[in-house]
Design a binder for this molecule. Structure first.
Ligand SMILES: NC(=O)c1ccc[n+]([C@@H]2O[C@H](COP(=O)([O-])OP(=O)(O)OC[C@H]3O[C@@H](n4cnc5c(N)ncnc54)[C@H](O)[C@@H]3O)[C@@H](O)[C@H]2O)c1
Length: 256
């Protein structure tokens, strides 16, 4: 798919990795609809990207009906829909058995609802629209890209909920790609290592430095543009399908 033809919904699109994807796609002639909960950042993102190229909708991705409705509105704004990029996510850190006692189920559920169920809600609603597109080269009608984490493979202490939610994202990638292949819709997932985004910005400098030092090469935190460039590569290469790609400078997370 050519980036200039991209009509994309991007969740978590007003911050960090999602915003970098929006910037990259718009810079290459695409159009984006951003779904997020942060109205202030949403307005700033649209102002920076240009109202002709970007829209913002307040959507909680864990709300099935709201997502379905928002996809229809995005389709109208974009004049079509052929890409969905799931970047909305929360850390949901907490121990299974902490000082305060066992983790409340609501905490675990909340993380899974946003990271896993939210990605599912957006993927199915987007696919429902994308299936009606005219087929392009290779029979392609659209692409769905999810964001997992290397915590799906090496979750740290305190990441039981986060790792479970991201592991679910990794695990649904192949069956979704297999199923949607008959519509010409590809499904892939990116599993980022440690990236420099507002999620990491709030950590103490000493923690940020030790994180960077633990990354083999290049020994720095990932830049949101590194992520956006992989999204663009996946969009451009029709043969990448049903795969989760680690993007982590060979990082392997330690237990803590
Ligand atoms: N930054 C990292 O190091 C890193 C590493 C691995 C994976 N990830 C994943 O990448 C994705 C993007 O993370 P980021 O670092 O850009 O974080 P970020 O906090 O900058 O952006 C996440 C965005 O998602 C939005 N969001 C949260 N809950 C939502 C909901 N229920 N509905 C709609 N929007 C919601 C937030 O408002 C925010 O704007 C997340 O899924 C995260 O888990 C990040």
């Amino acid at each position: 798919m050519q980036l200039s033809n991209v009509r994309a919904v991007i969740t978590g699109g007003v911050s960090g990795l999602g915003l970098a994807v929006a910037e990259h796609l718009v810079a290459h002639g695409g159009k984006v609809a951003l779904f997020d909960l942060n109205d202030e950042k949403g307005a700033a993102a649209v102002a920076a990207l240009g109202q002709a190229h970007a829209s913002y909708q307040q959507v909680n991705v864990s709300d099935e009906a709201a997502v379905a409705e928002a996809i229809e509105q995005a389709h109208a704004f974009l004049g079509g829909l052929n890409v969905a990029v799931n970047c909305a996510g929360i850390l949901g850190a907490g121990r299974v058995l902490g000082k305060e006692g066992p983790m409340p189920l609501a905490g675990f559920q909340g993380t899974v609802m946003v990271n896993l169920v939210g990605s599912f809600n957006v993927a199915k609603a987007a696919a429902n629209r994308i299936q009606h597109n005219d087929a392009g080269p290779d029979g392609e009608r659209g692409v769905i890209i999810n964001t997992a984490s290397i915590a799906a493979y090496e979750g740290q202490i305190g990441q039981a909920a986060y790792a479970a939610s991201k592991g679910g994202v990794v695990s649904m990638t192949l069956p979704m790609a297999r199923e949607l292949s008959r519509f010409g819709i590809r499904v892939n997932t990116i599993a980022p290592g440690v990236f420099w985004t507002p999620m990491v910005d709030g950590m103490p400098p000493a923690v940020q430095e030790s994180l960077a030092a633990s990354i083999p090469f290049p020994s720095r935190l990932g830049k949101p543009e590194d992520f956006a460039s992989l999204v663009a590569y996946i969009l451009g290469n029709t043969y990448i399908n049903g795969e989760t790609i680690r993007l982590d400078g060979a990082t392997r997370l330690a237990p803590k």
